[in-house]
Design a protein around this ligand. Structure first.
Ligand code: ADP
Length: 468
């Protein structure tokens, strides 16, 4: 079922239930009031005819005249009067319009001792009208065998209530029609922007992700929805763009060593070259192929890190141990460049995760620090724990990174375009891998650097075990 129809049904249903409850309550209140007035008027009339009867017991003609004045003069509520003698079982006096006279009611004489009128009794319909009777003994003394009965037509009250009910039902019907029409209008008006948005979204494809939803008022819910969709489109566009440039960069990175290797193989195939010359060219080709394999390995690792297809829930590794191992690995590289490599760890610092990936993360940072620091410089690696965090800081006194470039060095394939960096072999994927590894271990990698003054990379990872 369409949202519009559902909204309309809900709206009409709620409106109908609340409007009919209101109408029902109104009718009930008016009916109670009219019935109350009717019965109190009737009780007054009953007292009055009883008084007239008592006062004129000795003069039947006077009694008839007075009762006729009281009973027949009332045109609004037609009345009937009877005086019944229970001892003789005969009607002593009856005054009533002709149509009411035909109702023959035997007064209930079982409660002859009661002073108060007996409970009201509802009579049957007479010419479409309901008549109520009130009966009771004239007194408790010598006249207790005389019963006065007053009948009063309920027709007027009934007609009024009937007219009121008709008017209320008609009003309910009309307002329901108005509400349903208004509801339809309201539903289609408020859902129109969503329809337009759906059509606009259907027109947006991967090729035109730069298109945005327009027209919605920013301050309402639909405007906020459109703004969220626009933000999502912007993120999608950025992701598509970066995927495109990633493919182009990856192709370029792979093409360069492959073309160089091909060139070397072509040279090696030249029969005019001497044995020694050929061996040198083949070695060159192997170097290019190694580089190719390195780029491919990095790309593969990044793809797996992106897909979270790497085990990060392994045993807890001690950072001190990892740093000791890395110290041994990179000592030769540092010594070769006359760089002081200082590794220190304050206290045991254990991190849960893949020790191979953690080695890769710290190894990359140490290698970069050595590569991008001129001879005579220092690379310091310090591991420490701070509450629930294990922090490793790799700082160097190297070439540093300019403020403009700093946010970009974590981008895939980004390399500074400076002679110092170009001189080093690299893929520009190392820091992206480092950051992904840190994130997958629930941590972070940040940097602060100044051109010509060195850099400081800080890895923060959740500590394993209780704080010491
Ligand atoms: P690669 O080292 O292979 O070029 P990375 O992703 O590891 O790729 O580094 C990206 C860039 O960040 C480097 O090309 C370099 O310009 C800059 N960089 C990284 N580490 C340092 C450092 N310790 N000092 C100065 N620049 C650095």
């Amino acid at each position: 079922m369409k949202l519009r129809t559902r909204l309309l049904l809900w709206y009409s249903g709620v409106f109908f239930v609340s409007a009919s409850s209101l109408v029902g309550a109104m009718y009930g209140a008016v009916a109670r009031k009219l019935r109350g007035d009717f019965f109190s008027y009737m009780a007054d009339g009953y007292q009055e005819v009883c008084r007239i009867t008592r006062d004129n017991l000795g003069d039947p003609e006077e009694m008839r005249r007075d009762v006729e004045v009281e009973v027949l003069a009332n045109r609004y509520f037609p009345l009937s009067y009877r005086l019944y003698d229970a001892r003789r079982a005969a009607v002593v006096l009856q005054v009533a319009p002709v149509w009411l006279r035909a109702l023959t009611w035997e007064p209930d004489t079982s409660d002859a001792g009661r002073r108060e009128p007996l409970p009201l009794r509802r009579a049957g319909r007479r010419q479409g009208s309901i008549v109520y009777f009130m009966t009771g003994p004239l007194d408790r003394g010598e006249n207790s065998h005389l019963f006065v009965e007053l009948g009063m037509s309920y027709k007027r009250v009934y007609q009024r209530l009937h007219t009121l009910a008709q008017a209320l039902v008609a009003a309910l019907g009309v307002s329901l029609v108005v509400a349903v029409t208004g509801g339809r209008l309201l539903a289609s008006r408020s859902l129109r922007p969503i329809d337009e948005m759906a059509s606009a979204m259907a027109r947006i494809e991967a090729e035109n992700l730069s298109a945005r939803l327009a027209g919605a008022r920013p301050e309402d819910e639909i405007g906020r929805l459109a703004a969220s969709i626009n933000r999502m489109l912007a993120r999608l566009e950025a992701a598509f763009d970066s995927a495109r440039s990633f493919t182009a960069d990856a192709a370029h990175e792979l093409r360069t060593p492959l073309a160089a290797a091909r060139c070397s193989v072509e040279l090696a195939a030249d029969a005019t070259r001497g044995q020694e010359d050929r061996a040198e060219v083949v070695e060159e080709a192997l170097r290019h192929l190694d580089e190719l394999v390195r780029v491919l390995d990095d790309l593969l690792l990044l793809a797996r890190l992106d897909a979270e297809d790497v085990p990060c829930e392994g045993e807890a590794s001690d950072m001190q141990e990892i740093l000791d191992d890395l110290g041994e690995v990179y000592r030769a590289l540092a010594d070769g460049k006359d760089i002081a490599l200082n590794l220190s760890a304050r206290g045991p610092c254990r991190v849960r995760g893949s020790s191979a990936l953690l080695r890769r993360l710290l190894g990359n940072l140490i290698e970069n620090a050595i590569l991008y620091t001129p001879p005579g410089g220092t690379v310091a690696v310090k591991a420490s724990e701070d509450g629930q965090t294990c922090r490793v800081v790799v700082s160097d006194t190297g070439i540093g990174v300019s403020v403009e470039e700093l946010p970009r060095i974590f981008e895939r394939f980004y390399r500074s375009d400076t002679p110092e960096v170009r001189r080093q072999r690299g893929t520009g994927l190392g820091l992206s891998i480092c950051r992904r590894v840190a994130e997958l271990h629930g941590g972070s990698l940040s940097v602060s650097s100044r051109r010509g003054q060195g850099s400081t990379f800080t890895v923060e990872l959740p500590r394993h075990g209780p704080p010491s």
